[in-house]
Write a protein that binds this ligand. Sequence first.
Ligand code: ADP
Ligand code: MG
Length: 226
Amino acid sequence: EEHMLRSDKLRVIGELASGMAHEIRNPLTTIKGFMQISKANGYNIENWYGLIMEEIDRMSDLTAEFLQFSKPHSIDFRVHSLHECMLKVIALMESEATRFGHQIHYKESMDAALVLMDQDKMIQLLLNIVKNACEAMQENGVIHMQLMCDAKQVTVIIADNGPGIPGDQLEKIFHPFFTTKESGTGLGLSICYKIVQDHQGTLEVESELGTGTRFIITFPLAGKQS
Ligand code: ADP
Ligand code: MG
């Protein structure tokens, strides 16, 4: 990121800003339309409360997620156990997974791998990926989470047995605002990408239609818990 050219940075900011403006303008146009119609026809706006609230929630989700792009303060970087983060994410996702009829299997590693991290961002990253897996799978899906470690790096694998991602979409999934969901923001994975970059890590995806999707994330190892 440090060696990114200034002009590239400006281009990226420009793309994000225009994407965000577009995403916010649509719900605003909808709300304004409802208001104008009800005023012109003397309709009772109460009939549209539900729809208007949905649009407002959508804008609120978008802006909340957008804040995740902010750079973590270096002061928040501490050495933490990645295993603990995995457990937190599983605890946070358990009820949602159950609601979908999914199971989360976690293959614990014996190594208590430590990573220099902003813990909140790390949890956000893992959460976004597990959430996508939950949303992608039909009922009774299985999410496999795994933590591995060698002398230099830690690897996290999050795999699902969902529908998979078509080849032509595979590179787009990390682009801001790319979504195939009716009420998706398309920001989750681009935020993941940013968080991984901020942690000097790598993020890869492998997917096969009808078989499932696997996210592979690596971080430099900061040590092992004794
Ligand atoms: P959102 O979840 O709001 O759609 P994301 O950036 O989190 O935005 O994901 C972008 C898109 O990537 C999703 O809409 C979906 O099409 C695809 N995707 C992400 N994870 C998976 C997965 N595990 N299985 C299938 N498709 C996925
Ligand atoms: Mg998502």
